[in-house]
Design a protein around this ligand. Sequence first.
Ligand SMILES: [Zn+2]
Length: 288
Amino acid sequence: MLACATAIVVAALAGCGAGGQIRGRVVAGAGTGVPGATARLREGGDSGGAAARGPDPESATVRSLVALGEPVYCAARRGDEVALTFDDGPGPYTRLVLDKLRKHGIRATFFDVGRNIAVMPTAPRREQALGGVGDHTFTHPVLTELPPAGAHRELAGAQLALERASGARVFLFRPPYGVHNARIDALARALGLLEVMWSVDSADSLGASHAQIVRNVIAGMRGGAIVLMHENHGQTVRALRPIFAALARRHLHAVSVAQLLTDDPPSPQQVRAGQRGCGTVARAQSGD
Ligand SMILES: [Zn+2]
């Protein structure tokens, strides 16, 4: 919440209510509902190749995960790839984040809020080129508190807006605050969206310092991890360089969520186990 308080403009735009939550339970704040492809190319942290590659396309593996209709928390953990994710953009820090990613040859996935596209209309296309763009709803509400039609407008509206802005099909989705239920899971599936949670929480949306963010991310950094961060926190931007250095030391490669799940796909049994399928202990998460 502290982090949101320090970015009032962004908070207003992104509906950044932040708050600790665990699946299905919101502890604090929320926005209000308003209408609203596969060449396998290894990338390295030293290649600088991110800018030269296009977006990572939807693969048959990703489509099979969509068909399961269950949220994915991590990959199978058999490889040396991880996925960094940035929620709540675009925003004032987006350009900085993109510049750092490009400079270090790091790819990532951006779960954008539909109404924030107006802040930086060119951002989704640039983010898509550095990995991928996902649907983080149009106004960042607590989806489980909306009637079915409202939830549908949030997901479908953002999906359409992001596809127009990015020039690519949007097939990934992350629910605001990580709050979802079976109805939201089914809605995502019906829209062809894979619900992507995370196995590592940077806690940046809880006001963690850049040093704490680095520690939180490094503590959970292993092959198959999906890391939750936000592109609207200055402390997160500051934490990126040490995180990139830690990735290189551990010989881990940062790829998009779509690439990670295609290269190191979790089994249906693992997906159905939820966060336990990632071998991590469930704990309160900051959501987003
Ligand atoms: Zn969020």
